[in-house]
Design a protein around this ligand. Structure first.
Ligand SMILES: [Ca+2]
Ligand SMILES: [Ca+2]
Length: 105
């Protein structure tokens, strides 16, 4: 029973870490607190847990840096997070629509 409790706790911690990763805090990424996130700061933040490679981080950074000036502002980050949320909401709606259309075939 103890072993089961430990596994459940570990799973819960993992789930929390995943959702915390999605709730991006600008200040956490902007390590020198100059109000701008450089690619180096972003890469260091994203690769810290070892789940994201430097190449993946660079790709994400390029997507967030909407005006391509090489730094991400808090506004750009917020916009990217909002876009991601909207995308996720759309995806959930699509799944529901797909499920219904599939039953029609
Ligand atoms: Ca910075
Ligand atoms: Ca920018």
């Amino acid at each position: 029973m103890k072993r089961f409790a430990f596994i459940a706790a570990a799973a819960a911690t993992g789930a929390f870490a995943a959702s915390a990763g999605e709730m991006v805090a600008f200040a956490d990424i902007d390590t020198d607190a100059d109000g701008q996130v450089t690619e180096a700061e972003f890469t260091a933040y994203k690769t810290a847990d070892g789940e994201v490679t430097e190449a993946e981080a660079a790709e994400k950074f390029a997507k967030i840096d909407a005006d391509y000036d090489g730094v991400v502002t808090e506004a750009e980050l917020t916009a990217a997070v909002e876009a991601w949320k909207a995308e996720k909401a759309d995806a959930e709606v699509d799944v529901e629509i797909d499920t219904e259309s599939d039953s029609g075939y």
